[in-house]
Design a protein around this ligand. Sequence first.
Ligand SMILES: Nc1ncnc2c1ncn2[C@@H]1O[C@H](COP(=O)(O)OP(=O)(O)OP(=O)(O)O)[C@@H](O)[C@H]1O
Length: 415
Amino acid sequence: MSSPVLVISNPASGDRTGPQFLSTHVLPLLGVHAISYILKQTEAPNHAGELALDFLSSVQSGSGPVTIIAGGGDGTLHEVVNALLKPSGPGGKVPAEGVRFVILPLGTANALYSSFFPPSTAVSPEADKVLTSVTDDVKPKLLSLAEFLRSSTGGKGHHQRLTLAETSFTSPSANAKLPEPIISAVVTSTSLHAAILDTAEALRDEFPGVERFKEAAKRNMEKWYEAQARLLPLPGGGKVQKYDAGKREFADVEEGEEGTVFDEPFAYFLSTVNVDRLEPAFRIAPLSRSHPSPESVPAMDVVFIRPRRDPAFTKDLTAARAGFPGKAMRAMMAAYQDGKHIGLRYDGEGEVVDEGEGNTLVEYFRCGGWEWTPESVDKSAHLVCADGTIITIPDGGKAVCKVVASTNGQFSVWA
Ligand SMILES: Nc1ncnc2c1ncn2[C@@H]1O[C@H](COP(=O)(O)OP(=O)(O)OP(=O)(O)O)[C@@H](O)[C@H]1O
C-alpha cells in the first residue's frame, strides 16, 4: 500500500492553467505508477489549508509520511503549512512521519520551485525514467514529482528539510487585537519588498505575470522606512553571522550596537528560508544555496540596505537623497544577474562599483531571526510581508521573526 497522497489544485494561482496542467501531466503519471490519491480543488483563499487538515484527519496513524502535491505556487504551500501549525487550531495535526510536498511551478513567482530546481537544472536519467511519456518541454516542471515517483516505485527519491520562520507581533496596549503569528516557508520582509507585494496584489489583473513586481517596485523605490532592527543569534548557541564580500565567507559578529542592532532608515529589509531566489532569475539571497547552513542548524538569510552607508550622504544631503533610488534599483537589477548585488560597493564619492574596498551597498547576514520596531510616525514601515501575506504591525509594537527549530524534519520537499 502506498502512503497517503493529496493533490491540491489551486485554480487561481499563476496564469490559472494549474488544473489543466495537473490533469494533462501529473494525474496520468500517478496513474502510470499506480499511486492512489485524493484530488481536491481550492474554492477560495485559505481553502488549501482546510483541505490539508481534512485530509490529515482521515489518515490513519502508522500510514507513513503524507505527500501533498501542491498544484499552485508558493502561496498554496504557505497556506497548508500555516493551517497545520496554527496555534489556535486543533493540535497534533502533523503526522509523526511528517508531511512531504511535491512542488510544481504553477504560481507566479515559484520561489521554492526555482530555488530547489534552478532554471539550469538538467533532467537526470533517473528522473527521466519515471517521467514516462512526458514531453521534453514539460519535464523541467516535474522534477519534484519525479523524486516522489522514484521513491514510490522502489528507487531512491530524495526529500529535503523545509526550514520555517514564524513571525509574531506585539503591541504596547494590552487591549489591542494582535495579528496572529504567521509562518513563512519562503520570505519574510518589511520595507521595499513588503511595499512591493502590497502594491503588486492590486495589480494582479492588469499584470498577470512577474512584471507586476517590477511595476510595483518602480512605484515604491523612493521610500525609506524608519525602524530599529535587531538580528537574533542562530539557534543552538550560535551567533549572528555577517557575510564578508572580500573574503567571500561568513564571520560571527558580536551582539550589541553596531553588530546586531541597527537604528536606521532602511531602504530594503528581507529574510529568506529555503530559497536563494524569489522568482527564477531574482537571486536575492544567493548564499542560502551556495554557502548553505548545515542541516542541523535551521537558519535564515537576511539582506538589507541602509542608505546612510552611502558616502554621498557626507556631502550634499539633498543630492544624495535624490540619487539613492537609482542605487537601490541598481542593487535590485544586480540580483537579477545571478545575485551580483552582494558584491556591489560604494567608491569614495558614493558611486556604486562592482568591486573595491568601500562599504557594500547591501549587507548580508545569516541568523536565527530578527526584530523590527517601526517608528510610530512611519506608517509604511509597519508593513510585514510573510510569503506574500501583508500584515500591519500594531502602533507602538514590533514584529519578531524567528526560525522554528522544533519543526525540524516535519516538513520536507521532494527534491
Ligand atoms: N478558488 C480560489 N479563488 C480565488 N483565490 C484562490 C482560490 N484558491 C486559492 N486562492 C488564492 O490564490 C492565491 C494565489 O495562489 P498561489 O500563491 O499558489 O499562486 P501565485 O500567487 O500566483 O504564485 P506564487 O505564490 O508562486 O507567486 C492564494 O493567495 C490563495 O489564497
